[in-house]
Design a protein around this ligand. Structure first.
Ligand SMILES: [Zn+2]
Length: 247
């Protein structure tokens, strides 16, 4: 689904309560088309290969992309907002299919190392597999210039995870926030590396920015995309008033 010039959304279903019962967990994925040499694309948060409900998330993503005439083989770069398996899970499989490079926030490397040991075992018991990921490079605060018409600003936005990053595309004022904020809610802070204080600080920083589209990491029970300055402002106000007191 096209959002605005060059930006496409592949939202994991589950906006209504009845849909939520049908669909297991997975994240929303976003594609920036023709961003790389040779007309290759950037994919942000590929999601899982198969989720805990046995749904073929990657297969669905490939099918949805095909409707927009994008091929998985043409992905040249995968940017992950954070190191939770429902976001980065399919990274290595898509690399295998396309040769894409893979990147993730530097600060989440620690979490990935932990996940190889004790915590990995614990998470496995909880039903969270931590798939392999071998980043080609790490994302840190600053600008990524893809071509003369396309720049991304990487913001380190900890809180949901220690090394969570968000991506701002100033040309179209698109903000990809992973699990920082949702429509009417925020990312959870009870997973190792989470911090309520850091999350609030990250949200307040983003609330100052000039944004037309907030593209969120999930849409369980609410829309995944928040469009228009007024709606975005309203959402920040709602979060401050109704979510902050419980963080
Ligand atoms: Zn997460």
């Amino acid at each position: 689904m096209k959002i605005v010039n060059g930006f496409h959304a592949y939202l994991w279903p589950g906006v209504t309560m009845s849909e939520m019962r049908v669909y297991g967990n997975n994240c929303n994925s976003y594609l920036v088309s023709n961003a790389l040499p040779g007309g290759r694309h950037i994919l942000v948060d590929p999601g899982m290969i198969v989720n805990e409900a046995g749904q073929n998330c990657l297969e669905r993503l490939i099918g949805e992309m095909a409707k927009d005439e994008f091929r998985i083989e043409d992905i040249g770069l995968i940017l992950n907002t954070h190191a939770h398996p429902d976001h980065y899970g399919a990274s290595e499989e898509i690399r295998r299919l396309s040769g894409a490079q893979v990147a993730i926030g530097k600060g989440d490397d620690e979490f990935l190392k932990l996940a190889e040991g004790e915590m990995g075992k614990m998470m496995k018991q909880m039903g969270f597999e931590m798939p392999e990921i071998n980043p080609d490079f790490y994302l840190t605060e600053g600008e990524l210039r893809f071509n003369e018409n396309l720049t991304a600003e990487i913001l380190v936005t900890p809180g949901h995870s220690a090394g969570h990053i968000s991506i701002y595309w100033p040309d179209e004022k698109v903000f990809m926030g992973g699990d920082l904020i949702f429509y009417g809610s925020t990312g959870r802070v009870d997973i190792p590396g989470g911090s309520a204080l850091a999350l609030k600080q990250s949200i307040e920083r983003v609330a100052e920015m000039d944004i037309e589209y907030v593209l969120t990491g999930h849409q369980y029970g609410s829309p995944g995309i928040i469009a228009g300055k007024e709606e975005i402002e309203k959402n920040f106000d709602f979060i401050r008033k109704h979510i902050y007191p419980y963080l």
